[in-house]
Design a binder for this molecule. Structure first.
Ligand SMILES: O=C(O)CCC(=O)C(=O)O
Ligand SMILES: [Fe+2]
Length: 302
């Protein structure tokens, strides 16, 4: 579960592996490259079903969010686990994804009660599930690491070690993706970089690869990989991407305040207590509801 492969490092590339390749080959790719394409992850019928489930939310006539790397021209479907049973059961619950989540994000430690040792395993959690539907006018996102949200710190390394990452993402496109319709851009190997200013060269493309996918493929990425959505250069249509990230299970409060204290009670608490219970979002982009700090739920009817 927390073992690394111990293989000699090779040059980072974007590897493409069939869904039925051995799990060990996905582990090797993620350790070396930080990301990997899963070919034949799903089929057209399942993708069409997922699209039908999210489309009403994508088409809501409200301005698209400006938070984080979003720029107002990408429509989103938040609360995705509840809104799309297909995304939930066919994509998120996929055994390959979940085995890799378990491998990379489970934490096993020994602690002592007096002189008696206790071995415990902390299992991963869903961190976010959201559909992003890029539309005309969307420019390329600035390359970033998604674990910035959790204030992750990184030490430069030449080889991977267990528990280096706190996030593992699964991207399932609803259509073929290409440079022209904003395929995700990634820098394979950047998960082993430290926290110093990254060097993407003068034109910002050094080491950057377009993750062009066929509808039915998926893309796996550790949270420390530099990446960003590409430029949607078409005048019409959209690029749908179902995105899920799991995080380490210790990134949570000891007492689950949202279940322990009903929202109607929390409305009457002082601001500092509301904030400490988690009703104020952490920056950047951590602890939101519908991409907004949950404070808004304390103001109106909920
Ligand atoms: O849409 C994509 O391809 C990537 C989106 C992304 O990286 C983000 O919004 O943080
Ligand atoms: Fe991102």
């Amino acid at each position: 579960m927390t073992m690394t492969s111990g293989r000699k490092p090779r040059k980072p590339v974007l590897r493409r592996l069939s869904r039925n390749s051995p799990t060990a080959s996905f582990i090797e790719a993620l350790e070396t490259d930080g990301c990997v394409v899963v070919q034949n992850f799903t089929d057209q019928e399942t993708l069409a079903k997922a699209q039908r489930e999210v489309q009403p939310y994508l088409d809501v006539d409200e301005p698209a969010s400006l938070v984080g790397a979003l720029q107002g021209s990408t429509k989103t479907c938040t609360r995705l686990i509840g809104r799309s049973s297909t995304v939930r059961e066919a994509f998120f619950a996929d055994s390959l994804y979940q085995d890799l989540v378990d491998h990379f994000l489970s934490i096993k430690t020994i602690c002592y009660y007096g002189s008696e040792s206790s071995i415990n395993i902390c299992y991963p959690l869903l961190s976010v599930a959201i559909t992003m539907d890029m539309r005309p006018g969307t420019l390329a996102q600035k390359l970033h690491r998604d674990d910035k949200n959790h204030h992750a710190r990184h030490t430069a390394a030449t080889t991977y070690h267990a528990n280096r990452d706190m996030l593992l993402g699964l991207f399932v496109p609803g259509c073929d993706t290409s440079r022209e319709n904003g395929a995700t851009r990634v820098v394979p190997g950047s998960h082993l970089w430290g926290d110093e200013k990254p060097d993407f060269g003068e034109d910002g493309t050094k080491g950057v690869i377009d993750v062009e996918l066929k509808a039915g493929d998926a893309f796996l990425m550790l949270g420390s990989v530099y990446h960003g959505g590409g430029h949607f250069a078409r005048d019409e249509g959209s690029r749908t991407m179902h995105i899920m990230f799991c995080c380490c299970g210790n990134l949570r409060q000891e007492e689950v305040s949202y279940l322990s204290y009903p929202v109607e009670d929390v409305k009457g608490y002082s601001k500092i207590v509301q904030d400490r219970l988690g009703w104020r979002q952490s920056e950047p982009n951590l602890g939101w509801v519908d991409l907004k700090s949950p404070e808004f739920l304390l103001e109106g009817q909920y």
